[in-house]
Design a protein around this ligand. Sequence first.
Ligand SMILES: [Zn+2]
Ligand SMILES: [Zn+2]
Length: 246
Amino acid sequence: MFFRPGTWLLQGLAQARQALPSECGICGRWPSQRVCADCAARWAEVQPRCKHCALALPGGASECGACLRAPPAFDAAWAAVDYGYPWSLLLAQLKFQQDPGAAWALAQLLARAPGVAAALASARWIIPVPLSAQRLRERGFNQAALLAGALARSPNAGDYAHLLVRTRHTPAQSGLHRDLRLRNLRGAFEVPARQAARIAGRRVVLVDDIMTTGATLDAAAQALRRAGAIHICAMVVARTQRLHRQ
Ligand SMILES: [Zn+2]
Ligand SMILES: [Zn+2]
């Protein structure tokens, strides 16, 4: 129900396109993958990140101060890049144009980040952060589900979406303080009772496109925890810097 008919056909075509020479979406060089190797190396430099929330930590510490004070509901977090140019362009194509090619390129970028392959391999479920029914109607697709499908490399990945649902529509939260975001999101996610047995005792990966304050992923992780998930890993393409858990 999270996929419109034809989504997988589009994705299949996009994957086929990835295998053919085309133009790099960043530098315009041809022939190339959607993101050429030079651009991936230049713009997606690996950097140390907080093990809990994926915030970039230049000093080499393993955990940021905010997570030391109050760790999020998820156990670990991975991000491929900091949010910003040029990835913001591809993320916008993913979010507003339902671009499966962008989903595929961004999932590849994420899959290359250290630790991500192991986290994916050890998870029983790769679950996209769900949209509310209202937002899904407005947008027509869930960009996190496109990413999760590409990460899972399986046309059945869409089935995982119903393991976690968003029960309540919340207004756009940009600009709000993290505590207020968390309050707005309380009870906004749930694992449907008939799915709880599939989550209990499992390791899961939660996928979203961008983490800003982490409040959305935190609320989604709380629902999975209530259903008995034993390990929850948050996985995003891009992590913002300045808005971190203000
Ligand atoms: Zn390039
Ligand atoms: Zn942190």
